[in-house]
Write a protein that binds this ligand. Structure first.
Ligand code: C2O
Ligand code: CU
Length: 467
């Protein structure tokens, strides 16, 4: 459970303290790469006197915000100064396969002390992120991740664009990352690694000063290893304008709540309707209560009195318009395993093993009877064809499935996902059989895995090939 520690810290970091460092305004103009050095460091996650030892990009948690404009090239040089090999995956970018950063599939992990240059064009405007894709559970739990914000060529008028990167840390009494519990089988077989301290932009419950009448664009990212965040916006009444970087027709959030699984993002517009001194609280609701994530406090001055016109939709990204569903390749992905529904047997590294033998190897989940990355892809499809994927969740746990290199359109069957939305990560709840359409227009070998990183490490990963 998230502790109340965040609550006690509320209000300490009012204003600028939680503003993220900017990596580079826009990368398009320059051929010089932005250097991201992955190394160990410290971050004042809970308080400044007792910082937490973390792994970080350029000594910052979250890492630098990478900003580009739609259609530009992004160039990043990753320097690995960690003690383990690493990569960077550009989550949600419909990228050239060779730049996808999937360690072991699209590139060899970058060895300790080595470097690797990434260069790719960003076809879509929106809110994306980056993180290692080799021993991801361990690396992300230590703090290696950052946001990648791609601006629209013609951005919507807002008074402020605020990025809120949420994370759920498991810290010990000394406020250090609980390393001993990493990789344990209990977490892997249940809801993954859940933390006890919630941070926004690397701080507990930061405060943001706002003005009456101000229009905010909030970009939310769930960078937690596994926790599904149920976010309550309190006195704010946001309009949802994009999910996972893809615009949606602006719509209100039901009960002003938003569900974000690990890896998912949402862009919201909020018109601040608070009197001087009034506060809107962003809270993460849990079964036992709620943890404060951030506070928005209105100052004395009013920016405008008249309400603004209703938000208009963001310009669409260049997504496929017509999906040939009638002629689609039908693919079934059956999820099995985990606590309270264990595997009888499944194939792992070419051998058929009993559930007990698999558990001994740290593996507890399977897709279609295969544990982890098999020799064969889940499917191979010719470029240009549409795939209709049914994800049949026969486990007792929800899973947030992430598709690499593509977004998928929700066809139905997932209570947390609205039909017609395009997403790169979809939450499929217990017992659901949800369907998604993927237009296979990006050639290469792509991962498809649960973004609850402990589930991924314990078997929930496969791949597909666009030929
Ligand atoms: Cu955000 Cu395959 O990862
Ligand atoms: Cu999962």
């Amino acid at each position: 459970m998230i502790t109340r520690r965040g609550l006690l810290q509320g209000g300490v970091a009012l204003g600028a303290a939680a503003v993220l460092p900017v990596g580079q305004r826009s990368l398009g103009a320059s051929a010089e790469p932005l250097v991201l050095t992955a190394t160990t460091g410290v971050a004042p996650l809970v308080d400044d006197e007792r910082p937490t030892r973390v792994w970080a990009y350029n000594a910052s948690v979250p890492g630098p915000v990478i900003r580009a404009t739609q259609g530009e090239w992004v160039r990043v040089r990753l320097r690995n100064r960690l003690q383990i090999p690493t990569t960077i995956h550009w989550h949600g970018i419909r990228i050239d396969n060779a730049m996808d950063g999937a360690g072991g599939l699209t590139q060899e992990p970058v060895a300790v002390g080595e470097q690797f240059d990434y260069a790719f064009r960003v076809p879509d405007a929106g809110t994306f992120w980056y993180h290692p894709h080799f021993r991801s559970a361990q690396a992300v739990a230590h703090g290696l991740y950052g946001a990648l914000v791609v601006a629209e060529r013609d951005p919507p008028a807002v008074d402020r664009d605020l990025l809120l990167v949420l994370d759920d840390w498991r810290l010990d009494a000394e406020q250090q990352i609980d390393v001993a519990s990493m990789g344990n089988l209990h977490d892997a077989a249940h809801r993954g690694r859940l933390g006890n301290v919630l941070t926004v932009n690397g701080r507990p419950a930061p405060g943001f000063g706002v003005r009456r009448g101000e229009r905010l664009r909030l970009r939310l990212l769930n960078a937690a290893n596994s926790r599904v965040l149920r976010l309550d916006f309190g006195a704010f009444a946001p309009s949802l304008i994009a999910l996972d970087g893809q615009p949606v027709t602006p719509r209100a959030l039901g009960e002003n709540r938003l569900t974000l699984a690990s890896g998912q993002r949402a862009d919201l517009l909020v018109d601040v309707d608070l009197g001087a001194g009034e506060v809107a609280e962003l809270r993460a609701v849990t079964r036992g209560g709620a943890a404060l994530a951030a506070r928005f406090e209105a100052g004395e001055d009013t920016l405008r009195d008249e309400p603004l016109p209703a938000p208009v939709a963001l310009a669409a990204n260049p997504m496929p318009r017509e999906l040939a569903l009638g002629d689609a390749l039908a693919v079934e992905l059956r999820m099995e395993g985990g606590a309270m529904g264990g595997l009888a047997q499944a194939v792992f590294e070419g051998e058929t093993l009993s559930g007990r033998e698999l558990a001994r190897r740290g593996q507890v989940w399977a897709f279609n009877g295969q544990v982890g990355m098999g020799e064969q892809p889940l499917f191979t499809v010719a470029r240009g064809r549409t795939v209709r994927i049914a994800i049949d969740n026969r486990t007792r746990w929800a899973h947030g499935m992430h598709f690499h290199g593509h977004h998928v359109q929700v066809l139905g069957g997932a209570a947390h996902e609205a039909t017609g939305d395009w997403r790169d990560t979809v939450l499929v709840d217990v017992g659901e059989r949800a369907e998604f359409a993927l237009h296979a227009d990006n050639p290469g070998r792509w991962m498809l895995h649960c973004h609850m990183l402990e589930h991924q490490a314990a078997g929930m990963a496969t791949w597909f090939e666009v030929a």
